[in-house]
Design a binder for this molecule. Structure first.
Ligand SMILES: Nc1nc2c(ncn2[C@@H]2O[C@H](COP(=O)(O)OP(=O)(O)OP(=O)(O)O)[C@@H](O)[C@H]2O)c(=O)[nH]1
Ligand SMILES: [Mg+2]
Length: 281
């Protein structure tokens, strides 16, 4: 299943981000802990080579902490500064701020010698729905940006000044024109970075079921039961019947069951599922 979604507002956002790069001294790159590799956008590589970057692995509450730490270690090995956060929990805010000051330390110290108190200006970038706006709200301890559990909530750039003087630029989440691989496209769709309305969610649920059976069979069995030797379609059909998703005439409503399976994953009802680990890339 090939995932492809690049609406007009994303193309515009990308051009704007390139322009805004001149106004910031660093970048905060927000990645979803369930799929950090897929969240690295190859089209951002020029952007992130030009300024100090802080990788924020967000939504850590959705994965096992050992899995999140493994990703942090992986990125640290490549020389990146990494912070693990749960954006919905404000207590991670000080960690992000001190890491942001650390990657800008040279500039801050240079200014301090001249008696100037330098306040960092950073652009917050990342795939759609990774929690950029939520993180900014946690940092400013308010509701300055609009957030929502679907991709494409932030439509334009917005500056937010934090109490200590640091300024953050919220940006719209942007995908790449073409995914790094079919698997990357799927993982981004699983985590809700691609609008469900533009993809075949029933097909997506087959891919999800196939993934769970391959990688997390026990979690899958605990939630749905055993399906020895059955195809994805047959399994979804049984799940539909078990849950009472049946059309007139007794036919299983696969579309409804598909949405239920996708929702189960996104709400951790199947467990803390990580989609990719550093040793697989
Ligand atoms: N469980 C959990 N949910 C989170 C976390 N951070 C953000 N969310 C939720 O993820 C959803 C998306 O958050 P946003 O902050 O709107 O994401 P965004 O990256 O700004 O999205 P776009 O503006 O669409 O690119 C919201 O429902 C948030 O409540 C987190 O650390 N853990
Ligand atoms: Mg946003």
């Amino acid at each position: 299943m090939i995932i492809q979604w690049f609406p007009g507002h994303m193309a515009k956002a990308k051009r704007q981000m390139e322009e805004s790069l001149k106004k910031v001294d660093s970048l905060v790159y927000v990645l979803d802990a369930r799929a950090p590799y897929s969240c690295i956008n190859p089209e951002f590589s020029d952007l992130i080579e030009s300024k100090p970057v802080l990788y924020v692995i967000n939504k850590c509450d959705m994965v096992e902490s050992s899995d999140a730490r493994a990703w942090a270690a992986h990125f640290e090995k490549t020389g990146r500064k990494v912070v693990l956060t749960s954006g919905t929990v404000g207590r991670d805010a000080p960690k992000v701020l001190s890491a942001l000051n650390e990657i800008n330390r040279e500039k801050i110290e240079r200014n301090a010698k001249k008696g100037i108190r330098y306040a960092v200006k950073a652009m917050v970038i990342g795939m759609p729905n990774t929690g950029k706006s939520t993180l900014i709200n946690a940092l400013c301890r308010g509701k300055k940006t609009v957030t929502g559990n679907r991709p494409g909530v932030t439509k334009g750039e917005q500056w937010v000044r934090l109490p200590g003087g640091v300024s953050l630029l919220d940006t719209p989440g942007t995908l790449s024109h073409s995914m790094k691989s079919e698997e990357v496209g799927l993982h981004l769709a699983f985590i809700g970075s691609v609008r469900d309305a533009v993809i075949d969610t029933t097909e997506l649920s087959f891919a999800m079921i196939e993934f769970f059976l391959r990688k997390f069979p026990q979690n899958f069995e605990n939630r749905y039961g055993t399906f020895e030797g059955k195809t994805g379609r047959e399994i979804l059909s049984e799940i539909a019947k078990k849950r009472g998703f049946v059309r007139k005439g007794g036919e299983a409503d696969l579309d409804k069951a598909a949405l239920a399976v996708i929702d189960d994953f996104r709400k951790q009802r199947i467990g803390k599922i990580i989609l990719e680990t550093p040793d697989e890339i």
